[in-house]
Design a protein around this ligand. Structure first.
Ligand code: G3H
Ligand code: 13P
Ligand code: ZN
Length: 332
């Protein structure tokens, strides 16, 4: 049993309270490899932004859970080396789907866990979330829960039907579970294809898809029911069209990939939304940079020569999100 405090990590409690009061959101970036982690830490250290490092169940299986935990511990030291005196870094389990998985993360030094029981019936969601909260809180680990169903793929679970979070349920859910933050469904979804073309309109000038707006009315109703309670948005990649173009121009095939417009995320950050999850945009940045090197320099075979540019592109993306979208720069 290792406690996150011994690793130099922090939980989300104070971080979220400050973000809600200050009208900004904390970036939650997924990682499963060294270059992503380096880019996240460089961007956070340079902008002095609190940051949440997210590990999905799939990432644990891919990279090995122990290795990822040591990488996060190393990230704290690396941040200090970069001149960030008091790094505010959370290590968070993304979309935990069982008590055992959440417990294992608490026991190995995670400072925050998500129990995603949103696909279960309401009472079962409450019971499982409550069980995780009771365990995690013994070690001062904070817990994110989810109410409502996002479209798309949530860690190998594909939801055919999405439905918005019902504001009339949130007080009961938050009170009975004791969760520290709540992920809600207001129209975001996971992956690079957040909307079907038939759900969108098309910009006549560019021919690009314009997605339907997020349900801000639902968000505001939830905020009224739970004043100051930390709200989380999953599926918040914007799917930057310059990366989609770069990928498609260099042998890729991502037709009609579309995400959440950044202005809407900026707007959401000013509300009780205090954590915004971004994974797909980093995947796109990395893929675009790697494809470009492969196309421009077919003789290149040193991984540092294509993963290095990929890391630079991801760092640029993370800094942009922190400064121009979430507004968390200078808050740590
Ligand atoms: O919400 C899903 C995250 O983007 C993690 O994705 O399960 O493929 O690692 P993954
Ligand atoms: P994106 O697929 O939009 O990046 O969402 C990531 C996410 O919600 C991770 O939990
Ligand atoms: Zn998610």
């Amino acid at each position: 049993m290792i406690n996150y405090k011994d690793l130099g990590l922090v939980n989300t409690r104070d971080m979220f309270a400050k973000a809600v009061a200050g009208g900004y959101a904390i970036p939650a970036f997924n990682f499963n490899n060294m270059e992503q982690l380096q880019a996240i830490i460089m961007a956070a250290a340079e902008t002095k932004s609190p940051v949440i490092l997210q590990v999905s169940k799939g990432a644990r299986n891919y990279a090995n859970q122990t290795l990822l935990r040591y990488m996060a511990e190393g990230a704290v030291q690396y941040a200090k080396e970069l001149g960030w005196e008091n790094p505010q870094i959370v290590l968070h389990l993304d979309h935990g789907d069982s008590f055992e998985l959440c417990k294992s993360c608490v026991d190995m030094g995670f400072s925050s866990v998500m129990i995603d029981a949103s696909s279960l019936p309401y009472e079962e969601n409450i019971a499982l979330t409550r069980k995780v909260v009771e365990y995690a809180h013994k070690y001062d680990v904070t817990v994110e829960a989810e109410l409502g169903v996002l479209a798309g793929v949530e860690d190998e679970v594909a939801a055919e039907e999405s439905h918005y979070t019902r504001p009339e349920e949130v007080i009961d859910f938050a009170t009975r579970t004791g969760c520290d933050s709540l992920a809600i469904s207001i129209g975001t979804s996971h992956g690079a294809y957040k909307f079907k073309p038939e759900q969108c309109t098309r910009d006549p000038k560019t021919g690009l898809l314009v997605p339907p707006p997020l349900a801000f009315d639902v968000l505001h109703e939830i905020e009224k029911k739970l004043p100051g309670f930390p709200i989380v948005l999953h599926g918040s990649s914007s799917v930057p069209q310059e990366y989609v173009k770069m990928i498609n121009e260099h042998g890729g095939k991502l037709p009609d990939a579309v995400g959440i417009p950044e202005e809407q995320l900026r707007e959401a950050s000013k509300s009780a939304v205090c954590k915004i999850n971004i994974d797909s945009d980093s995947r796109l940045a990395m893929t675009a940079a790697v494809r470009k090197v492969f196309a421009d320099k077919p003789g290149e075979f040193d991984p540092r020569k294509y993963l290095g540019p990929a890391r630079d592109e991801m760092k640029k993306l993370y800094m942009h999100k922190i400064v121009n979208v979430l507004g968390s720069n200078g808050k740590a």
